[in-house]
Design a binder for this molecule. Structure first.
Ligand SMILES: [Mg+2]
Length: 236
């Protein structure tokens, strides 16, 4: 699969980075990335394969570290929950992402699970790991996001311990400061000295900028949003 420049046309402003050019879709026509996520079995099988790889790594971690001493940080959109329905609606109406339509979408609490994500999160908990979610959804969207996650069986305290959005007015979608906060928040909750051993995301910025003693697992989201970390389906 090749990384197609035209896929950058669907970049979300909330993940603004390398992809800034917006290209209107033809009315009614799904873009290749949207179509791949919505209709190809490869999307689900690729996501499940990545989570299986992450699960195997977690099993190694859990075998050598005390329960409660480690954790995993995941992105939310196109990593835990898919918003392909939102993107289908954009493509069908020939429109692009806007903060207003995105906010309305989040309030519907209608995002669905990325295949493999929930099982992975449950597995991490069962093995004694903590789960932190760090998302570029806005703080104004946090309540709806948590309700959406809960509908999908992912509840604060039970399946995840921390969920960090970004301020509505934040000038940057950079996540490093919030990554650093996750162990600190866990410490205040009674879990000191937690080491983050893995990150899971669909964008390059879903891992720390500086290399460290952790692994990154990349979910292929078809090149729909942002500075995606996976190659995307060939468009032609
Ligand atoms: Mg994402």
């Amino acid at each position: 699969m090749l990384k197609s420049p035209t896929s950058c046309a669907l970049a979300l402003a909330l993940m603004a980075g390398a992809c800034t050019t917006l290209e209107p879709a033809s009315v009614g026509e799904l873009k290749p990335g949207t179509d791949w996520v919505a209709n190809s079995p490869d999307w689900a099988s690729e996501a499940e394969a990545v989570f299986a790889e992450a699960t195997a790594y977690i099993d190694q971690i859990a075998a050598t570290r005390p329960s409660g001493s480690w954790g995993v940080i995941l992105d939310v959109d196109e990593t835990v929950m898919t918003n392909v329905t939102y993107q289908i609606e954009r493509d069908r109406t020939g429109t692009s992402y806007s903060p207003e339509t995105w906010y309305e979408w989040t309030q519907r609490e209608a995002a669905t699970l990325v295949p493999g994500a929930a099982d992975f999160i449950v597995h991490v908990n069962a093995k004694g790991g903590h789960i932190g979610l760090v998302t570029n959804r806005r703080d104004t969207e946090q309540l709806a996001t948590e309700r959406n996650l809960e509908t999908l069986g992912l509840r604060r305290h039970y399946e995840f311990q921390v969920l960090l959005t970004r301020a509505n007015t934040a000038p940057s979608s950079e996540k490093d400061a919030r990554f650093d906060l996750v162990p600190e928040i866990l410490a205040t909750q009674g879990f000191p000295d937690v080491e983050i051993v893995a990150y899971v995301g669909d964008n390059k910025g879903d891992q720390p900028a500086q290399a460290g003693d952790w692994k990154f697992f990349c979910i292929d989201q078809g090149g729909m949003y942002g500075d995606y970390c996976a190659e995307v389906p060939r468009s032609g």
